[in-house]
Design a protein around this ligand. Sequence first.
Ligand code: ZN
Length: 221
Amino acid sequence: MEDERLVLTLSIRRPKPEPEPEPQPPRPPSPKNLPPPNHVPNHVPRPIRNRANPRQAPRGLKPIEIPAPFDWATTRRASIHSLQYLLSAGIKRISGEVQCKRCEGRYVIEYDLKTSFMEIGSFIRANHGLMHDRAPKHWLSPTPLDCRICRQSQCVKPIIALKKQKINWLFLFLGHMLGCCTLEQLKYFCKHTKNHRTGAKDRVLYLTYLGLCKQLDHTGL
Ligand SMILES: [Zn+2]
């Protein structure tokens, strides 16, 4: 009897383990890491040797220049031309696309560059000491515009490009609509303008307003 039990125990085998999945062949590099087709050859960064996986290339390897997304923007990320440059080039009005959340209509509105910039500049000069490096409420939560199509009130917001390098920073600034950006988009602006600031949205938004003021007129404020 004991012998039989022993034989039974020995004959129970563990099931064979499943074979390991075959390693997948490496995918080709994602197109977003390739330089844009019209990049300036002089600014192509030198390749780094011994880098096994080009998809893990650090951000520093991205081309320094981008195609200027607007007439008023430069070929550097999150950068616009100065007020003096723009006015001398005959660029006096800055346009951007907006959309109504009720009728979903899209249209273009524009701001007078000089007038709108002077308004914001004098607001900052008058309130600088009271702001404590934080954006005021009306910057943080801009009141939506009235719709020119369906005539309803406070239902129109700017269309903000999903690709951050195509964001219309100057238009959002002049329309007091930078607060419509996400914290991530605002941090992108600060990162590319050497303001490595983390923190709450009111701080990063404040830095974005001041950063754009300085780009327009570095002698002001
Ligand atoms: Zn509408």
